[in-house]
Design a protein around this ligand. Structure first.
Ligand code: HEC
Length: 132
């Protein structure tokens, strides 16, 4: 009788443990999700990029054109895509701002973005580079 009681208790404990384990990662993702292209990414372009990028590198980063010139579009100076949704490491846009020098000069040319700005752009790409 005592053994049965103990077994049930162990079963309940494991069930509860597994449930909380399943929901854990979902909550973690929610905390870092929801980067908005319009509200979070475009302002970085407006402040740091558009002085040169209505045209430099055949890239227009002004509000009306930036999204359609980035996502799944081949870079003009490099044989890679500007933005591969979900894959920052293979996106020219990210490798141009991360200080790696993978694709020539770091952007913005002659300056740097803050770590927070770099992370915002990276996170936006990882979340699927949505037009949100
Ligand atoms: C002072 C001018 C200047 C500023 C400011 C600037 N860029 Fe550039 N950018 C250039 C030039 C010139 C090129 C072409 C040469 C090269 O690829 O490095 C270029 C190229 C690029 C490319 C490659 C385009 C392609 O398809 O080959 C990307 C991506 C880019 N810039 C992103 C940015 C971003 C993002 C910012 C703002 C954070 C920025 N740039 C700010 C001058 C600038």
């Amino acid at each position: 009788m005592k053994k049965t009681y103990l077994s049930i208790l162990i079963l309940i404990t494991f069930t509860l443990y597994n449930c909380s384990k399943d929901t854990g990662p979902v909550d973690d993702n929610q905390a870092t999700e929801n980067i908005s292209f319009a509200n979070d990414v475009q302002p970085i372009f407006d402040q740091n990029c558009i002085s040169c990028h209505p045209s430099s590198g055949n890239l227009d980063l002004t509000t009306a054109h930036s999204y359609s010139q980035l996502v799944n579009v081949n870079a003009s100076g490099y044989s890679a895509k500007r933005v591969v949704p979900g894959d920052a490491e293979n996106s020219v846009l990210y490798k141009k701002i991360d200080g790696s020098g993978t694709y020539g000069s770091n952007m913005p040319l002659g300056g740097n973005l803050s770590a927070a700005q770099i992370n915002t752009i990276k996170q936006w790409i990882i979340e699927g580079a949505q037009n949100n």
